[in-house]
Ligand binder design. Structure first.
Ligand SMILES: Nc1ncnc2c1ncn2[C@@H]1O[C@H](COP(=O)(O)OP(=O)(O)OP(=O)(O)O)[C@@H](O)[C@H]1O
Ligand SMILES: [Mg+2]
Length: 465
């Protein structure tokens, strides 16, 4: 059956033109000169598959029209046509559920591309639905454990975000407080997740590589660009791009990201074509962005843009006895996963859990409990079963998110040397463990250590071995 497209524009000539063009393209198009006429038609159960509407119209503007359409229930793609001066309003309309916008005078080719993209994105494909359901079950909102008000608020906000497309969210919290988990939970519980969840750590790549990853490039854009490559913004179209450690992004790249967020349009490196995506941007940081703003290391305007919704994840040590509820829940999970039936914690173990400082937050708690469930000899987890906590306490670097940061501009060899040194020093465990983390044999590690003169780091290790 032909797809039905309704066009609303108070300029009858524009409506007529689009009807002619779209009907020729094989759609069933119909024009309306005011939004009310379109709403009346829809009330008669004559719902289209897509709406193309002007933004500024007398009586009711495009934004009000979108609100009246209750898009969040209908999942109906709406494309807004707008003059250059009101692009910002059109981008805001995307937050209300509009699919995208076209700048007037409308370029017909752009319109065609956007319409077919909208149909692709909104089409319900059975296999996609099944995959979505599965992922949703993996990241249910109640899977985010914690009874404190702070966590309850985070869960409520994720619930509210369910039917809000395109809103940028800033997720803040110390290491191990669940920033990645929250990002996935937002995506997989959203109605707008036809596209993929893609994540990238901004601290893990030098600036130019990060830029190429995010925006993609055309063939020949730089020396190594032998083929064109789509950016992650495209890969995550219709879904979510999670920018972890956003505080590490350079000022230049921050400006580029801001410009994307303000227009929802970007170009690949070396490309001329404007690419429109409806990728939701989630950002995370465990740094004090306000301090970075004061030091001019982070753009204030970008901060305001990404801080539209702010989720603050509390550290475990601030939870008092509430952390026991998380511990009990995790115990239940590990009992199930590991086929054990531990009944709870002895008073001594309870005391220990509350007293501990938890620098690694839930991640640390998970590790401690998983180990305790495996090794516990009696029905209750005892203080002795939690002995690993004391060792962790003594070596914060092991779990405190001691991330390795690349300095761009060095040679590959310098990078390798720095990373091996970092791992040797940060992971004060065993030689074998360091080799495992680096993905090389103990012999290779030894050879590289010799070559790079890393004996000092080695001695520190031998003490523990
Ligand atoms: N509230 C929570 N409920 C259940 N599990 C949680 C919670 N918070 C964190 N976790 C679990 O703890 C581990 C660490 O969480 P996650 O990776 O999301 O932390 P993070 O804040 O991104 O840390 P980092 O800053 O080091 O990247 C994961 O296994 C996650 O599932
Ligand atoms: Mg993380």
């Amino acid at each position: 059956m032909k797809k039905k497209i309704y066009i609303v524009d108070d300029e009858p000539k524009i409506g007529e033109l689009f009807v002619t063009v779209l009907n020729r393209d094989g759609y069933d198009a119909q024009a309306f000169v005011n939004p009310q006429a379109l709403l009346d038609k829809i009330d008669q159960k004559k719902c289209p598959d897509l709406i193309l509407t002007d933004l500024m119209m007398p009586g009711m503007n495009g934004i009000e029209l979108i609100e009246s359409l209750h898009l969040r229930e209908k999942m109906l793609p709406v494309i807004i046509m707008t003059a250059h001066s009101s692009i910002q309003t059109a981008v805001d309309a995307m937050r209300l559920g509009a699919f995208h916008y076209l700048q007037k005078p409308v370029n017909l080719e752009e319109m065609r591309t956007l319409i077919s993209k909208a149909f692709n994105m909104y089409e319900v494909r059975p296999e996609l639905e099944v995959r979505k359901k599965k992922q949703q079950q993996k990241y249910p909102i109640h899977g985010l454990l914690g009874e404190s008000d702070a966590i309850a608020k985070v869960r409520d906000t994720i619930e509210l975000l369910r039917d809000v497309p395109n809103t940028t969210v800033l997720i803040r919290g110390e290491t191990g407080t669940g920033k990645n988990l929250v990002a996935k939970t937002i995506h997989f519980n959203s109605l707008y997740n036809a596209g993929r969840f893609v994540e990238i750590n901004c601290a893990a790549l030098p600036d130019n590589l990060l830029e190429a990853e995010l925006f993609g490039y055309e063939k020949g854009a730089f020396t190594d660009a032998r083929d064109a490559k789509p950016g992650l913004l495209e890969v995550a179209d219709g879904g979510t791009l999670f920018l972890d450690e956003i505080d590490s992004m350079s000022l230049a790249l921050q400006a580029k990201l801001l410009s994307f967020l303000e227009s929802r349009i970007f170009r690949r490196l070396g490309g001329v074509e404007e690419i429109r995506v409806t990728t939701r941007i989630l950002c995370a940081t465990n740094a004090g962005l306000e301090e970075q703003i004061a030091k001019k290391e982070f753009r204030r305007d970008l901060f305001y843009r990404i801080n539209v919704i702010n989720l603050m994840l509390p550290p475990l040590r601030s939870m008092g006895r509430d952390l026991l509820k998380i511990a009990e829940n995790l115990l239940k999970r590990y009992n199930e996963d590991l086929g054990r039936s531990l009944e709870g914690f002895t008073p001594e173990a309870t005391e220990k859990l509350i007293e501990h400082n938890w620098p690694g937050n839930v991640r640390e708690l998970r590790n401690v409990l998983e180990r305790a469930v495996i090794f516990a000899k009696n029905k209750m987890i005892s203080g002795a079963d939690l002995a690993i906590m004391d060792i962790i306490e003594a070596d914060l670097s092991l779990i405190s998110g001691n991330h390795f940061r690349f300095e761009s501009g060095g040679t590959l060899e310098e990078l390798e040397c720095a990373y091996i040194r970092h791992t040797l020093e940060a992971n004060n465990v065993s030689y074998a463990e360091v080799a495992r983390i680096l993905g090389i044999s103990k012999k290779t590690l030894w050879e590289k250590r010799k070559r790079y003169n890393l004996d000092e780091a080695k001695e520190k290790l031998e003490l523990v071995e």
